[in-house]
Design a protein around this ligand. Structure first.
Ligand code: IPM
Ligand code: MG
Length: 327
């Protein structure tokens, strides 16, 4: 197994080494290929990600990604978007359930849902035009893209409660009634029951009734927004991992950004990155190791070995050392 490691910028350079120390504790045969990609590289070379970097990444099986700061360049194209597109990582999977002892903003602790976000098209198609007085972004929803993301959601649902919620804005957008119709067809063919929600109503209900949801499937931008909302529900963006999955490659990343305001202080919460390694191990079929990370994270939270974002005073390294000692 070959793993491309992109720490990126800001706290990516702290949480990824922390997460790798947990991975290293298992002594698995994983060849790590470090790559210098991101804002730092852009400042030095004018390019955040080169074609050569892309070639090296394509020789690996998967990627562990920290976070990248957006350079102040109007022509800059997001590195993450390029990776998702070129590696065809069409499913962005983001699980949300409360962790031990973490203070939640809602009344219920009984929820466990996954956002399955289409990751290569929709509002992020990259087809844009900027003129003096008008700007256009083309929202592309294809049958192939909708079918494969709905299929992913159904496969996941078949291992859970056998139900999906399709989130869209079909009352206004033709592209979304198309998405909805493709998804309902896939659900029917796969014996998965489905319900539908308009995205605005979903944003409201997710806060009030998160326990009602299990597998949520939606288009790119809606999934982006709802998953940040969901991160607030579980008590903080520093806790939330994600997997970007395609048929050939996968990329695992915390859903937070590079957080320049707290970078280099050694206080970033490494749990999102560590849980991203857990998702990577699940993808590799290393179920035991993945479960062991889950237990260790629970135990460290139970002992309140936590970083300032959760009200503690432990460092990134304190937390990852504690987790490494338990896996
Ligand atoms: C995310 C991020 C990215 C996205 C940005 C950094 C391009 O917000 O992973 O959710 O919009 O997908
Ligand atoms: Mg986002």
């Amino acid at each position: 197994m070959k793993l491309a490691v992109i720490q990126g910028d800001g706290i990516g350079r702290e949480v990824i080494p922390a997460a790798l120390s947990v991975l290293d504790a298992f002594g698995l045969e994983i060849e790590k290929v470090p790559l210098d990609i991101g804002y730092g590289k852009w400042e030095r070379t004018g390019s955040a990600l080169t074609d050569e970097d892309m070639d090296i990444i394509k020789e690996c099986d998967c990627v562990l990604f920290g976070a990248i700061t957006t350079p102040p360049d109007p022509n800059y194209k997001s590195v993450l978007m390029r990776l998702r597109k070129e590696l065809d990582l069409y499913a962005n999977i983001r699980p949300f359930s409360p962790l031990k002892k973490v203070k939640l903003p809602c009344n219920t602790k009984e929820f466990d849902f996954v956002v399955v976000r289409e990751n290569t098209e929709g509002m992020y198609s990259g087809i844009e035009e900027l003129h003096d007085d008008v700007a256009y972004t083309t929202r592309v929803i294809t049958r192939k893209g909708s079918e494969r993301i709905a299929k992913r959601a159904c496969i996941l649902a078949s291992k859970r409660k056998k139900q999906i919620t399709i989130v869209h804005k079909a009352n206004v957008l033709k592209s979304d009634s198309f998405f909805r119709n493709v998804c309902t067809g896939v659900a029917k063919r796969n014996g998965i029951s489905y319900s539908e929600m308009l995205v605005d109503a979903m944003a409201y209900d997710l806060i009030l009734n998160p326990q009602k949801y299990d597998v949520i499937v939606t288009t790119n931008l809606f999934g982006d927004i709802l998953s940040d909302e969901a991160a607030a529900l579980v008590g903080g963006i520093g806790l939330c991992p994600s997997a970007n999955i395609g048929d050939r490659y996968a990329l695992f990343e915390p859903i937070h950004g590079s957080a320049p305001d707290i970078a280099s202080k050694g206080i970033a919460n490494p749990i999102a990155a560590i849980l991203s390694v857990k998702m990577m191990l699940e993808w590799m079929g290393r179920t035991e190791e993945a479960l062991s990370i889950g237990r260790a994270v629970d135990s460290v939270l139970q002992q309140s070995i936590i970083t300032p974002d959760l009200g503690g005073s432990y460092s990134t390294k304190n937390v990852s050392d504690a987790i490494t000692g338990l896996v």
